[in-house]
Design a protein around this ligand. Structure first.
Ligand code: GLN
Length: 313
């Protein structure tokens, strides 16, 4: 596996040399301040080996990548009944779009666009107190990553709460359709805090392992989610994980992935590896520009693609 370390080092060096790095998300003021020169990558293999390069130990705001973990928690609580409140189709629209919601009676297209993730946050909140749901997610992430150092960046959560007018609009609109059970403020409190989870590439790759291992947490042998659900979450990541850039990501990279506007991407190679990359500059769809490129290089060099029958390395 020395080759994999060499490969990550080469990818990190190549990424450092690229000048066009995209733009950091500026609609959340605390994210606009992050240095666009940063780049990190971490791979944890099915055998339990980890490989890292670049700024893989620096915590960043995982933002929408948290939606994968909240979906896991919501399915654990509500099972397939959740699918009455949120769909499973790619939206073809921006992550924060409101246009489809009126036609579709307040039922968001999928759990990874903001509207869908707000419904999922409502399902996890489940008539409890926001602090309870936020604490549950934080404990879950620490367990998955096997690292109690995972934290929520309260500055980022506060920054988004002050400027999250679109999310407030989406939540109010769905509340009007009866698709939120809890108070809008409580649901958004959970949502903004989940998005403000700060994790390094290493921690995030560790946390994603269960999705590449049929739902099993390799560290403890605990079944986090059934194999069937793990497969379904992966399918949603592939079709919806990059919003209106999901087709392009599947075309170029060929593995399920979930992006966040903090510049992170979690990639899952079933039976092989969990991967996290981070580069804060985004493309015009709000997905990490160099993160996508790095994953494309990695999947090409390793043969890791769900469309490759042999799944080499
Ligand atoms: N917190 C961000 C928002 O709601 C998450 C969006 C994202 O990462 N794509 O706008």
């Amino acid at each position: 596996m020395a080759d994999l370390q060499d490969l990550l080092d080469t990818i990190a060096a190549d990424m450092a040399a690229i000048e066009e790095r995209g733009r950091s998300a500026d609609y959340i003021p605390a994210l606009a301040r992050v240095d666009p020169a940063r780049f990190g990558i971490a791979v944890v293999t099915a055998e339990g080996h980890s490989f890292t390069a670049g700024d893989a130990e620096t915590p960043f705001s995982i933002q929408s990548i948290s939606k994968v973990f909240m979906l896991t928690l919501a399915l654990g609580k509500h099972g397939d009944a959740l699918w009455r409140r949120v769909g499973r189709e790619p939206s073809g629209s921006a992550f924060n779009s409101i246009v489809q919601l009126e036609f579709e009676h307040g039922i968001p297209r999928n759990p990874f666009i903001n509207a869908g993730a707000i419904v999922v946050a409502d399902a996890v909140l489940d008539r409890g107190a926001p602090q309870g749901a936020i604490g549950e997610l934080l404990r879950f992430m620490r367990f998955l990553a096997e690292d109690d150092a995972v934290e929520i960046d309260i500055e980022v959560a506060g920054s988004e709460a002050r400027t999250g007018f679109r999310n407030l609009a989406l939540a109010n609109y769905m509340k009007a359709f009866g698709n939120l059970r809890n108070a809008v403020d409580d649901v958004l409190n959970v949502y903004f805090n989940q998005c403000a989870l700060a994790m390094s590439c290493r921690q995030l790759a560790m946390a994603g392992r269960y999705l590449s291992a049929d739902g099993l947490h390799p560290g403890t042998g605990h079944q986090v989610i059934s194999a069937r659900r793990a497969r379904r979450v992966g399918a949603l990541m592939l079709t919806c994980g990059h919003y209106d850039g999901s087709g392009e990501f599947a075309f170029r990279v060929g593995i399920p992935g979930k992006s966040g506007v903090g510049g992170g991407i979690l990639g899952i190679v079933p039976g092989k590896a969990s991967i996290a990359v981070w580069s804060p500059g985004l493309n015009e769809r709000g997905n990490s520009l160099l993160g996508s490129l790095a994953l494309e290089r990695l999947s090409e060099a390793t043969g890791w693609s769900i469309f490759n029958g042999g799944l080499s390395i």
